[in-house]
Design a protein around this ligand. Structure first.
Ligand code: GN1
Ligand code: MG
Length: 348
């Protein structure tokens, strides 16, 4: 499968190795080693990203803007193939090749709060550098991606269509989601608040989407497929979802899920280091809300997928998406217990 692609980049398939890389749920990713260069090859999941060309256009727009305004920023954009294109389309799908940044590190789990600080700073920096870029120029690569109102409606629809067996299994989770609808109402008030602007938002701020240098200082953010106009709560919230607990969304021993308050402070300090001059007064009021917004939405997404027989995320075993949903609900319960305290730290 790779020969055709490699040769289109002028790489010799005989002297190049290709190995699976990372643990993303959506795209396929490989590490490519040619005799003198390393690359990251990705196949875009075109069931999820219906128009991969839209992503390619966004990357090119952002690259042009940042090269012009922030030439020192490390923007990792796809290598051009021999035909000059940065997206390869063949019978197997859509592919792009990124340079591997020498001396960079990425991690799949956080080992210290300093990493949370560095990552939050990089995501804040990304939005800040693009503060004067007109976000409306970007293609919407996944419509309504973080629209909680729509996600909730899809969940209600999935409840109507689901098998009796899965509905019964998920009954307690379903009740929990319905009982916490006020989280959707708050999102609605954000949509209606003109002092909460649409910004250039990354929308997938997990730790593996940050590159660090050898000293674990942040270098830049990567995985820019979901960079779209959005609200800052998406980026801050997904950091809370994925950095606050030492246990990941895959953990099935739910007793291991707990909130590390010092990691919350690290996210706050890192993000605000860059964004404090940019965020509006109204946005700041929602800093702590962002955690429950995204954790709740991810619980809904996993639960909806379970009810729809795992058509989106896939499942390695029968209860995989059910367990992921329960994991996120457990995390949300822990978060809600601390919410007032966390909130007061952000408004001090
Ligand atoms: C997906 O592929 P990955 O792991 O970067 C998903 C995110 C979810 C995440 C949950 C396009 O991201 O929104 O938060 O799984 N991306 C898409 O692990 O749906
Ligand atoms: Mg991703």
């Amino acid at each position: 499968m790779f020969e055709n692609i490699l040769s289109r980049y002028g790489l010799d398939p005989m002297t190049t190795t290709v190995q699976p890389f990372g643990d993303g749920l959506i795209n396929h990713t490989w590490m490519v080693n040619s005799y003198d260069q390393k690359y990251i090859l990705q196949k875009v999941n075109s069931d999820v990203f219906k128009k991969p060309v839209d992503i390619d256009e966004n990357l090119n727009l952002l690259k042009a803007y940042l090269t012009d305004t922030q030439p020192e920023y490390l923007f990792v954009s796809p290598v051009k193939a021999e035909n000059g294109e940065s997206l390869i389309i063949n019978d197997n799908g859509y592919f792009r090749l990124f340079p591997f940044v020498e001396g960079s590190n990425s991690v799949n789990t956080l080992s210290a709060k300093e990493e949370a600080y560095e990552a939050a700073r990089q995501f804040g920096k990304f939005s800040k550098l693009l503060n004067d870029f007109d976000a409306a120029q970007l293609n919407i690569t996944i419509p309504n991606f973080h629209n909680l109102i729509l996600r909730y409606d899809q969940f209600v629809e999935a409840c109507k269509q689901a098998s009796g067996e899965r509905l019964e299994k998920a009954a307690d989770c379903i009740s929990f989601i319905i009982e916490h609808q006020e989280i959707v109402d708050i999102f609605r008030s954000i949509l209606n608040n003109e002092n909460i602007p649409l910004r250039v938002i990354h929308h997938d701020t997990k730790i593996s989407n940050v590159l660090f240098d050898r000293e674990y200082k942040g270098l830049c953010v990567i995985d820019l497929d979901t960079v779209m106009p959005g609200y800052f709560i998406s980026d801050v919230g997904d950091m809370m979802r994925t950095y606050l607990s030492a246990a990941s969304e895959e953990e099935t021993d739910f007793d291991k899920i707990s909130i590390r308050k010092d990691f919350f402070t690290a996210i706050y300090n890192g993000y605000m280091e860059e964004m404090k001059s940019v965020l509006t007064h109204d946005e700041r009021q929602y800093f702590a809300y962002s955690g429950k917004f995204i954790i709740y939405m991810q619980a809904i997404r996993f639960l909806t997928d379970y009810l729809q027989n795992d058509i989106y995320y896939g499942a390695k075993y029968e209860l995989h998406n059910f367990n992921r949903a329960l994991n996120q609900i457990t995390l949300l319960k822990q978060y809600l217990k601390l919410e007032q305290e966390l909130m007061s730290n952000t408004l001090a």
